[in-house]
Write a protein that binds this ligand. Structure first.
Ligand SMILES: [Zn+2]
Ligand SMILES: [Zn+2]
Length: 301
């Protein structure tokens, strides 16, 4: 995940070296404590972006523990005992049962791993904001790790899916291979204008600075856009872009444990996995370098 790259390079100034990255984790249970009833040895499980939350704050009590202010991150976090957490690039992991997910047996381990971050990051807001109803029109902005998952979930929900991208060369990938219904080049004003006012919801996954007014124009009145990519430069939002048409703009970060489990169950039912390139652990430094150059088809595992 790109977040690992940011942490390794200390882009956000919060690196706790030495770092063991990784928060898209799938593995097999080797043992459970005596109080654990819902998991057993030999079972395939997953761990996502966080491994503990306070369980008492507003967010935790409402089931939005992914917004708990004192959550313990899976990697580069500070655990309750003060130790730095070490993520999924390790051989073994000890995790509280409440933050472990059941991974359906039908999914490949490699293809399931990115669901724990990329998958829930787009699935969560789609469900929270009702951008998951059959027949509705979903716009997916950006076709990377997050975007390709949004296309797959959108199609599985029975939606009409349009991919919006700055690179015209992604059309074939989006439409032919991932099954999107349409493709818009964001820099083509004629294409964008022709699609104005047609979308019920938009998931914006782009993490580079980009204009969002042309995207908001794609929404129907009362349409919902959700930002899940995080450009470091502030996005520009003139009030008129959302006042006309009563459009709604929200942000969303990862997902709750319940959302994550629901997403995995849904993925299992519909055979949805991430598209990945599987590499050996001794290739990890090269993989990180390639990730930095965007030289990866969606996700390394
Ligand atoms: Zn991630
Ligand atoms: Zn909390």
């Amino acid at each position: 995940c790109h977040t690992d790259l940011h942490i390794i390079k200390n882009d956000w100034g919060n690196a706790l070296y030495p770092i063991v990255p990784g928060h898209e984790i799938v593995g097999v249970v080797t043992g459970v404590g005596s109080g654990v009833k819902n998991f057993k040895a030999g079972e395939t499980v997953g761990v996502g972006y966080f491994i503990d939350t306070c369980r008492t704050c507003y967010s935790c009590s409402k089931g939005y523990e992914n917004y708990c202010p004192t959550m313990v991150l899976t990697s580069n976090g500070v655990d309750r005992d003060g130790a730095t957490t070490q993520g999924g690039f390790s051989d073994v992991l000890v995790v509280n049962k409440d933050y472990v997910l059941h991974v359906p047996d039908s999914l490949s381990l490699a293809g399931a791993a990115p669901l724990l971050c990329a998958g829930v990051t787009v699935y969560g807001p789609m469900v929270q904001y009702g951008i998951n109803a059959p027949g509705k029109h979903l716009g997916v902005v950006g076709l990377g790790g997050l975007g390709h998952m949004a296309v797959k979930f959108g199609k599985a929900f029975g939606m009409t899916v349009t991919v919006i991208s700055s690179s015209p060369r992604k059309r074939e990938e989006a439409v032919e291979r991932l099954g999107a219904d349409a493709f818009l080049v964001s820099q083509d004003p004629d294409q964008m204008k022709a699609a104005a006012g047609t979308m019920d919801g938009i998931i914006d996954t782009v993490s580079a600075f980009h204009p969002i007014v042309p995207l908001l124009d794609l929404l129907k009145p009362m349409g919902q856009m959700v930002v899940v990519g995080a450009p470091s430069k502030p996005l520009e939002l003139p009030a008129f872009a959302i006042i006309g048409g009563g459009k709604r703009l929200a942000g969303s970060g990862t997902g709750s444990v319940a959302d994550c489990q629901a997403m995995l169950d849904f993925a299992g039912k519909h055979g949805i996995t991430a598209d990945v390139e599987v590499v050996k652990m001794d290739y990890v430094n090269t993989a990180i370098e390639r990730l930095e150059k965007n030289d990866v088809t969606y996700r390394f595992v």
